[in-house]
Design a protein. Structure first.
Length: 256
């Protein structure tokens, strides 16, 4: 049994489809057109989702916290970080009932972009109110500073995964915790941007895709399905970049 958030479109939809093709039962979660409809930007919305899933099953083998936005606004913080973490934490009791529980969160190659340290710290400290206030100030500052809501959220996700993968509440229950970090992905959100020369140039400058061009949702889904399979039982705390080479281009061999 898998739970996939953001299953209504893009990467989440492709992931749910692959899991179903593999013979798994999938509970999809999104704002509409899924088995469970929930707003993951609020604590109440997350709690309602958890309650509804618990009414459907007593065991969850895999949680894929994929729902996200890229609005360059505090909503990115609310969904991309707090929504993802809240989903995972809320479903821990159902994961612990599995013989081989797995979790994968969707981060982003944007986690390598500049971030706001105070905003990242507020998220990692679980301080929604402070994080929202910082996010609002970034939007008000103009000059593209609102984007830091998104990049900071994705950096915080990656750091949260590294920080918690070996925490007792995960490793003690045998729960593998990892993330994927997509680069540019061809989705309904990005395709209009890539349809113009100006948009393509903007994308190439911000997140180039030197290895075979932009990814498809199915490319990222394949990585997610691997990380949440029993074959990945010894992989923990990893952030797998599915980014057409952007990480290697950006950081080279400086990670070691």
């Amino acid at each position: 049994m898998y739970v996939v958030t953001g299953a209504g479109s893009g990467i989440g939809q492709a992931t749910a489809a692959q899991l179903i093709d593999e013979g798994h039962r999938v509970i999809g979660v999104d704002l509409k057109n899924t088995e469970v409809v929930a707003d993951l930007s609020t604590e109440d919305g997350i709690a309602a989702m958890v309650e509804e899933i618990a009414a459907l099953t007593s065991v969850v083998d895999g949680v894929i916290a994929n729902a996200g936005t890229s609005l360059q606004a505090p909503m990115d913080v609310a969904i991309d970080f707090f929504g993802a973490v809240g989903t995972v934490e809320g479903l821990l009791p159902l994961l612990r009932a599995s013989d081989a529980p797995r979790v994968c969160i969707t981060a982003s190659a944007a986690s390598l972009h500049p971030a706001n340290d105070d905003l990242v710290d507020a998220m990692l400290n679980g301080d929604r109110e402070t994080a929202a206030a910082i996010g609002e100030r970034l939007v008000a500052a103009g000059g593209g500073a609102g984007y830091l809501n998104y990049s900071s959220s994705k950096q915080a996700v990656a750091r949260w995964v590294r920080r918690n993968a070996l925490a007792e509440r995960f490793v003690g229950a045998g729960i593998t915790l990892n993330a994927v970090a997509p680069g540019l992905v061809l989705t309904p959100m990005t395709e209009p941007l890539l349809a113009t020369e100006e948009g393509r140039q903007q994308v190439e400058e911000g997140m180039p895709s030197p290895l075979n061009g932009p990814a498809r949702p199915e490319d990222v889904a394949a990585a997610i399905c691997f990380l949440t399979s029993t074959a990945a039982g010894k992989i923990g705390g990893q952030v797998l970049f599915v980014d057409s080479g952007y990480d290697a281009l950006t950081r080279g061999d400086d990670s070691w």
